[in-house]
Design a protein around this ligand. Structure first.
Ligand code: DQA
Length: 151
């Protein structure tokens, strides 16, 4: 039997602070809670996940470069780097993986500087504003894509 497709889930700067960071914007759920929920969803979907967080742009880019050919898809909440990093966009273009972008908050209801994302330029889809469930929805969408490659 073929092994389960592997999905890399990358979280960017300050997302390790979830739970205590601006709970009025991001909710009270911690990143560990999100990882556990993603693991449960992945098990149900028959997908394997590698869930990571970094505060460092270069480390994020290294991970994306290394994901080429090793993962079947990438789910990314790049945090503030979404709005600032052309280097992140270039790495995502180079890795040639299907990308789904996630944000906990609705970036389009926030400050103008959050309303542009470099990640969106390469993402097949964007889920934002739905809180932690956005990650599980992204996994569902990724799994659907694996089973329906034409759609
Ligand atoms: C975020 C939105 C970004 O603007 C912000 O810098 C974050 C979190 C979100 O998940 O809503 O760090 O990506």
């Amino acid at each position: 039997m073929a092994s389960n497709p592997h999905v890399l889930i990358i979280n960017g700067p300050n997302l390790n602070m979830l739970g205590t960071r601006q709970p009025e914007v991001y909710g009270k759920v911690t990143l560990d809670d999100i990882e556990s929920r993603c693991q449960e969803t992945a098990n149900e979907l028959g997908v394997a996940i590698d869930f990571r967080q970094t505060n460092h742009e270069g480390e994020m880019i290294d991970w994306i470069q290394q994901s080429k050919g090793k993962f079947a898809g990438l789910i990314i909440n790049a945090g503030a780097f979404s709005h600032t990093s052309v280097a992140l966009l270039d790495a995502l273009l180079a890795c040639e993986l299907p990308v789904i972008e996630v944000h906990l908050s609705n970036i389009y209801r926030r400050e103008v500087f959050r309303q542009h994302s470099y990640v969106s330029q390469v993402a097949s889809g964007v889920i934002c504003g739905l809180g932690a469930i956005g990650y599980e929805l992204a996994l569902g969408a990724m799994s659907h894509r694996f089973h329906n490659p034409e759609k």
